[in-house]
Ligand binder design. Structure first.
Ligand code: NAP
Length: 314
């Protein structure tokens, strides 16, 4: 059905897919270099920053609400004439020196495409998880925490997200139990210290969640201690899952620019192996995923977009 709709061809210099911190910074740099730039984003600009209550490790702000920072990024991105359109990209095609970025309405034709599609929370892939998603199973404390006032919650994971969001949830919940598969956390030390000091947080170590139990809503989790082999039901009213990220890179899976897990491989200039295709932010193969690193990526890509287009003119 979609394929039969006549699409409008729109020529630009740079198409940015995704309006998180990386994509928006790339737009700022590219448009400031006088390139005709458009950001395509299916949701609200800001990406994962919109789901962050307080950001306290972005320079210049001792503490700022995630959505407020996202809005500031958006204002900066638009400052030098970049455009923004709320459209879902359904395909990317290579045509000699230009690329076609295809949405349900339009085909954007450009020499440069910057992939800034980010990542999403990994699922546990256990019985009950999908069934009870939205009925007590959540991947977003900022979106859903409010609904768990005075409840007992389980948070799964041991990284920055699990610990930070676990702390955030204590403002609503009576008790937050962090269930982690090992006996030490991966999270930054400052977050660990805050969690250990918080009276509402306790930990179940060396333990994995094997099932989410409940009928109309979450009633508990079925746990297994990896060291003792003990299996038992643990009652709770909500389960927040923070066990890492998976890349949103299916759009480029045919381009052979990802590693075996789907993260996009770039060099330090954010160039992929395909000339004119760049990647920035969380979707990139990197060992640190922060707002600050995405912003750095975006500035490189926006600058390199300009350099690449110069070489085409030569
Ligand atoms: P992460 O750092 O990859 O941590 C994932 C956690 O989940 C690890 O503790 C891991 O255990 C555990 N895990 C993975 N698969 C599991 C499974 N199948 N069952 C049970 N546990 C499992 O992911 P993240 O915490 O979502 O963070 C993602 C990125 O965002 C990181 O780069 C992080 O630094 C960044 N981030 C930063 C901030 C901040 O700066 N304030 C906040 C949030 C996120 P092991 O430890 O045993 O591997």
């Amino acid at each position: 059905m979609e394929d039969t709709i006549e699409k409008t061809m729109i020529n630009v210099d740079v198409v940015i897919v995704g309006a998180g911190p990386g994509g928006m910074t790339a737009a700022l740099y590219a448009s400031r270099a006088n390139l005709k730039t458009i950001i395509l984003e299916k949701g609200l600009p800001g990406g994962e920053v919109n789901n962050t209550a307080d950001v306290e490790n972005y320079p210049g702000f001792s503490k700022i609400a995630g959505p407020e920072l996202a809005h500031k990024f958006f204002e900066s991105a638009m400052e030098f004439g970049a455009q923004h359109s709320m459209e879902t990209v359904v395909g990317i095609e290579l045509h000699d020196q230009v690329k076609h970025v295809i949405t349900s309405k339009n085909i954007y034709v450009a020499p440069v495409v910057i992939i800034a599609t980010g990542s999403q929370h990994r699922k546990l892939d256990i019985p009950g998880e999908n069934l009870l998603s939205g009925k007590g199973v959540s991947y977003c404390a900022v979106c859903d925490g409010f609904f768990f006032r005075n409840r007992h919650l389980v948070v799964v994971g041991g990284g920055d997200s699990a610990v930070e969001e676990g702390i955030y949830l204590t403002q609503f919940a009576d008790k937050v139990t962090i269930v982690h598969r090992r006996d030490s956390l991966r999270a930054q030390q400052i977050l660990q210290e805050r969690a250990f000091k918080n009276d509402k947080i306790d930990f179940i170590w060396d333990t994995t969640v094997e099932e989410v139990i409940g009928d109309q809503s979450v009633e508990g989790v079925f746990l297994r201690n990896g060291k003792t082999g003990e299996r038992y039901t643990y009652p709770c009213e909500g389960v927040f899952i923070y066990i890492g990220l998976v890349p949103n890179s299916s759009l480029v899976s045919h381009l052979d620019i990802t590693d075996e897990e789907g993260w996009i491989i770039t060099n330090e200039k954010m160039e992929t192996r395909i000339p004119g295709i760049f990647a920035v932010g969380d979707v990139r193969q990197t060992h640190l995923r922060q707002i600050a690193t995405s912003v750095g990526d975006g500035s490189h890509a926006g600058h390199m977009a300009y350099q690449y287009i110069q070489t085409l003119a030569d």
